[in-house]
Structures are given as C-alpha cells and as structure tokens.
Write a protein that binds this ligand. Structure first.
Ligand SMILES: [Zn+2]
Length: 111
C-alpha cells in the first residue's frame, strides 16, 4: 500500500487519481495557491532577515515579531523608515556648491 499524500497547505489526505498521473500534492487549486503564496512570503521574510542581520539583537527580535503580525510589505516599509532615520539628512547640492551645504555656521544677524 502506498503512503498517503498529505496536502502541502492544509495537511488533509489528498485523494489520488492513479493511472500514471503525477501524484497530487494539494487537495485543490485554493490549497495550491495558498502554498505558493506561503512560499513567496517565506522568501520575502528570508530576504528581510538578511537585511537586518547586522542589527542589534533586540531590534532583530522586534522586527521578527512585527513580521508575525504584519504583512512583509508593511514590515519592509517600517524597516525603510527606520533606516532613513539613521541616515544623516543628505543635502543634494550641485558639485560646484560643495562645501557650502555642510559645516556652514549661520550666525543670526541680530547682534
Ligand atoms: Zn489542502
């Protein structure tokens, strides 16, 4: 007797058609879709974990829990905002004006 195949999405035993067909791994298209989406999400999560690999353990923990409650897209936006907070404000100035944007001490003229 052959080992029953359990659906890759819901774990229900998948009835097989037999007759030389490829074994079915999902009970229906909905489950197949769900499994596909889960794999895609897992890929995104893995990519994001890579991204915060160098962060402090506490930050990683928080991001990890955020990932449990939110869509990866949402966490990604949070991550982008967080990274932007850490970057110094970049003053886009033409090459000619270089040196004037930073380090200039503006003295108020009320003296
Ligand atoms: Zn299923």
């Amino acid at each position: 007797m052959r080992q029953p195949i359990l659906c890759g999405a819901c774990g229900t035993r998948v009835p097989q058609v037999g007759g030389g067909h490829q074994p079915r791994r999902y009970c229906n298209d909905a489950c197949k879709q769900r499994a596909y989406r889960t794999r895609q999400e897992e890929k995104k999560r893995a990519a994001m974990r890579q991204r915060w690999a160098g962060y402090r353990p506490r930050t990683q923990e928080l991001l990890e829990s955020a990932l449990r409650y939110h869509e990866p897209e949402v966490v990604n936006l949070m991550l982008e905002a967080l990274e932007a907070e850490c970057e110094p404000e970049v003053v886009k100035s033409p090459a000619a004006g270089e040196g004037t944007a930073r380090g200039t001490i503006v003295t108020p003229d009320r003296l």
